[in-house]
Each structure stands twice: as C-alpha cells, then as structure tokens.
Design a protein around this ligand. Structure first.
Ligand code: ATP
Ligand code: MG
Ligand code: MG
Ligand code: MG
Length: 565
C-alpha cells in the first residue's frame, strides 16, 4: 500500500470545543461542530474543515464506486442555471419559496439548482438522437440549493448541501423499471457500506397504483420524517405515503371538475400582502374566510395560488385569511373533492358541508396532514371523493394486519420513476427502432451526501462523542502522544511506520496539552482505533483502544504496527 501523509493535530486547522454551540438542537450538529469537523458560515450554510472534508470525501467515494458499478456516468452540470427550462416544466413557479432565484447584471433570471431534472433532460436531448444512444444513467455529486424554511438541524438540513443526483433515460417502461432496480440495489450497497441502519419505505401511495417512488430512511430521533414500520413483515412506508385511504362516496353535491378554479402564479407573500396580513410560516395551509365562513384557499406547503382567480371566484364577498389554527379547529374537514390539479400541485378540495358546490379547502385538511406525493388521476380518479386518513400507531399493516409502529427517521435517499413528466415538457424524443420518434421515459435518484455524514453521526455517536464506521472515518488510527518528548517521539515514529504501510493516521502531537484533554478529544473525534504512547513508552509499550467498545490492550510497538497494518 502507498504511503499516506500523517495528519498532525499540532498543525490541524480545527479546534475542539468543550461546549455545544448555542444554536444546536440535534446531536450531529453539536458533535460535528465540537469535534472540529464543520463550521457554520450562515444559517444552513456550512464550511467543512479537514476532518469533516475527509469524511465527506469518503462518503462521496463510496457513492461514486457504487454508481460507477451500475454503469452510471459521472458528469458535472452547473449549479447556476437559467430560468427557461424550469419555466418550461412549471417549476420556476411551483418550487415556491424554496427556490433561490437571482438575476444577472442584464436582468436575466437565474436560479441555483435545487435538483437538476430539467438540465439533464436537455443534456440528453442535445446528445442522444437514437434509441441506440439509450438507455443511459448520468450522475453528478454537486451542491444543491434550497431555501429551506427551517434550516435548524445542522448538516442534516442545509440550504446549500451536497447531493448525488442521477437520472436515467430509457425508451420503454421496462427499461425504466430496470434502471430503477439498478439504483435500488446500488443504494442498498451504498448505505450498507456507509454503515447506516436504514429502511426502504414506500414514498408515494404506491398501493393505489401509479408510478413508483421509494425513500431510504435512516431511523433516528433527529429525523424529520415519520415512517410506519411493520414489526412482522417487510412493510415500511413514510406516513406521507400511507396518509391517504381512498374511498368512493356518493358524489351528489360534487362540483364539476371544470368549475374548479385553476390557480397558478402569486406567492404566499403576494397573497398575504394583498390581504394585509403578515406572510409567515404559520400561514402555510392558510384558508380564506368569506363573510365569516371558511371557504378556503389553501397553500399546501410552499405552493402558490392565483389571487385574482380566487377573488374573482368569491367576489363580491370580503376575503380574509385564517390560519392553520382555524384549520385544526375544524376536524370535520376530512372529506373533500379532489380537483384536476393533483394534490402535489395546488389542489382544491371542496367540503360540501361548508357550502355545497362553492366552498373549497385545499392541501392539508386535517391538522398535521400534508397531501404530498399524491397525484390526482394517478393515485385516484379525478373527481372522486376521498377520505383522508392519518396513520396512527397500532393501525393494521396493509400487508399482514399486524399493528404498525411509528418511528422518526432521516431521509437519506430517494428514488423515483418519473415517467415522461419532464421529457414531455422539454420534448425529449429519440428515433425508435421503427424510425419514428419515441418519447423518452425518465427516473431520478438522490442521495444526500452531506446529510449522510450527519445521519451517520446521529446513529453511531455515543455519550463520549462521534464514533465512525471504518470506511468513512477521517483516519484509521488516532495516535495519542500522552506525555512529554519521549511519548511524542514514539507517537510520531509509530505514525510514520503505519503511514508507510498505507494506514491513515491522525496523531495528537500537540505540545502542552494534557493527556486527559487528548483522551477526551480522541473520543470526541471518533476515529475507530486509538493508540496511546503513554506511561510505558520507555519500554516500547503502547495501548491500543477500540473507540466503540472501549476495550484496551497493551502491545509492543511492533505488535501494534503489525495489528494495524
Ligand atoms: P426532505 O423531505 O428532507 O426535505 P426531500 O424529499 O426534499 O428531502 P429530495 O428532493 O428527495 O429531498 O432530494 C434527495 C435527497 O437529498 C434526500 O433524500 C436527502 O437525503 C437530501 N436532501 C434533501 N434536502 C436536503 C437538505 N436541505 N440538506 C441536506 N440534504 C438534503
Ligand atoms: Mg425537502
Ligand atoms: Mg422528503
Ligand atoms: Mg425526497
């Protein structure tokens, strides 16, 4: 093995901290800052210091190797993107407040890519002309930008974060299914190699048919997703996906689909401003009262509504905003009419009990419930009544009937059979075998690379600090010089020997730092093996400690080197 440089802590551009950062709420945030892996640059924007960068690079390497193994080709597309393609797919508007939009000196509109379906579709449109050029899987490991509403979980939810995103292009549905299956397998390998405990969860209402999407969720307290897990069989689903149970109900007072207003454009701010109320996070899922009666114009998540159409629809009534609290006070609003827009866009759900035929509520119509990832027409018939049912702990598993358990988890990966949504919008065809153009079908697949670092920290840390699995650790061995010149000399000597054999060494050679502080720091930093040159250094005896189990063993220098190489 090749000689690798020894990282000396006396020269390391990172300081360990005794105290948790004041704004840290989750364990990974506290530990990664305290151990000197990352520094906060601005809200949701992070700098990676040498140790952190090594861990990040290790995660990247594993992801890269497994993507290459399924024949995916790595590219690097820009993060600064023109508006037009996102305009063409509707996402320039639909993405809402999460999208970082900016202008150049000439007033041209740009965005910072939150995800790259459009740009990859255009790349393939530019490069591929025949079915012979497909299938193809392309990927990049690159920064993504999302103006997250609450970037409070440290590296877990950045506004700038590192993602591996890949995109598959096939001419046939079976091809897409194959590309999807390849990704699923690659992700299983990636997360196993990373040492993450994870579940594969249905992410859309797959049971109701339609295209397929699964999330890789890493169980952890700090997670912001809730998933339903069956203790008896392999069923696991994000509660976002099992929130909907669709029942046909008689539809006597259902308005006709064409009577439902089609909203698009203004933002939550413009809506709020025009109604003279502050636009705040609590205005999510806002409703509108008309003459004191809730008739509701909702904004599911950060979506947008067309206020002109809303006002035109309700004129001449007085329109006034009510908040989610009003919503929560109306637990009866659970049955609705699903409009043609699809629940993942702006959707109107009318509750005939409010004012038959003309009253609308939209989005989450039960407190804490969000109609994400459900698409009208795909997951249920447009125009059907649906009952929204929230999964509770103990509800029967849809597969085997056993009581479900609800757990918190971190979404570390997401795979999606997109179909032709983007290729339709951007008109991506290739010439088929019969000489006629074929519309390409597409999948998109993400791994949260920076988030995986934090998820690993969450899952593996103990009360002493970080505790990295071998493949991602910033070093293989942390050598501690616990004493004076003699110990330092021995520590550096062993470090050199280990490095010569290809072992990655971090050596604590800081002068004037007590052995106690060095031991505490070695536990905080979390390298899997700790080798101490201490009391018996003069005899050429060192102590090898396993960071996870705490087991220690005295060895001669030769034994230690032999053991670690
Ligand atoms: P979340 O539900 O946590 O907001 P998402 O569903 O919006 O994530 P995707 O669009 O599916 O995210 O992106 C693919 C992957 O990128 C996610 O599975 C996650 O691992 C990672 N990711 C998404 N948002 C962030 C973020 N703000 N910071 C770090 N990683 C993120
Ligand atoms: Mg998100
Ligand atoms: Mg998600
Ligand atoms: Mg996702």
């Amino acid at each position: 093995m090749a000689n690798v440089p020894v990282q000396r802590m006396s020269q390391l551009m990172a300081k360990t901290l005794r105290d948790d950062p004041a704004d840290a709420e989750v364990l990974s945030h506290k530990l990664l800052v305290r151990a000197g892996y990352v520094r906060r640059t601005a809200a949701g924007i992070w700098s990676w210091l040498p140790l952190g960068k090594r861990v990040l690079a290790n995660v990247e390497r594993i992801v890269r190797e497994e993507m290459d193994a399924i024949g995916a080709q790595e590219v690097l597309l820009p993060a600064l993107l023109p508006r037009e393609p996102y305009e063409a797919t509707g996402r320039w508007d639909e993405y809402g407040q999460e999208l970082f939009r900016l202008q150049d000196r000439k007033g041209g509109d740009y965005l910072l890519g939150p995800t790259h379906e459009e740009i990859f579709t255009l790349l393939v449109k530019d490069q591929a002309s025949s079915y012979k050029d497909l299938p193809v899987i392309l990927y990049q490991i690159q920064h993504k930008y999302r103006d997250e509403a609450r970037p409070r979980a440290g590296i877990l939810r950045g506004r700038e974060f590192l993602m591996k995103d890949s995109y598959s292009f096939d001419t046939e549905d079976e091809g897409l299914a194959r590309s999807y299956a390849l990704h699923r397998q690659a992700y299983q390998k990636i997360f196993a190699r990373l040492g993450l405990d994870y579940r594969i969860c249905a992410a859309t209402a797959g049971a109701m048919g339609g295209s397929k999407s699964e999330e890789f969720l890493a169980p952890a307290e700090a997670g912001e997703d809730t998933f339903a897990d069956c203790p008896n069989c392999d069923f696991a689903a994000n509660t976002e996906a099992v929130t909907y149970e669709l029942k046909s109900v008689d539809a006597t007072d259902v308005p006709a689909a064409e009577d439902i207003p089609t909203p698009d454009t203004p933002t939550i701010e413009t809506l709020a401003a025009s109604l003279g109320v502050p636009a705040s996070a609590t205005l999510k899922n806002l409703l509108v009262k008309v003459d004191g009666e809730i008739v509701a114009v909702g904004v599911p998540g950060d979506r947008e509504v067309d206020l002109d159409k809303v006002e035109a629809h309700f004129a001449p009534a007085v329109v006034e905003l009510v908040t989610e609290a009003d919503f929560a006070a109306r637990p009866d609003l659970v049955r609705g009419y699903v409009g043609p827009q699809g629940l993942d866009k702006v959707t109107y759900i009318a509750d005939p009990r409010v004012a038959p035929g003309t009253s609308w509520i939209t989005g989450a119509n039960k407190a804490g419930t969000h109609t994400k990832n459900v698409v009208a027409g795909r997951d249920f018939e447009v125009g059907a009544y649906v009952d929204v049912v929230v999964v509770q702990e103990g509800d029967p598993c849809p597969k085997c009937g056993t009581g479900l358990v609800l757990d918190r988890a971190i979404e570390i990966g997401h795979i999606f059979q997109l179909g032709r949504k983007y290729t339709d919008a951007l008109k991506l065809d290739v010439l088929g075998q019969n000489g006629k153009p074929v519309r390409v079908t597409m999948g998109s697949y993400g791994v949260g690379v920076s988030r995986a670092v934090a998820a690993l920290a969450e899952q593996t840390a103990d009360d002493k600090g970080l505790c990295w699995p071998k493949e991602v650790a910033p070093a293989d061995v942390h050598v501690v010089a616990a004493g004076k010149a003699l110990q330092t000399e021995l520590a550096l000597d062993i470090s050199g020997k280990l490095a010569a054999a290809g072992v990655r060494v971090l050596v604590d050679d800081r002068p004037g730092v007590s052995p106690g502080v060095k031991f505490t720091d070695s536990e905080l930093i979390g390298v899997p093996q700790i080798l101490v040159a201490g009391r018996r250094a003069a005899d050429g005896v060192v102590e090898l400690k396993d960071r996870r189990t705490g087991e220690r063993e005295e060895l001669t220098v030769e034994e230690a080197v032999a053991r670690l190489t």
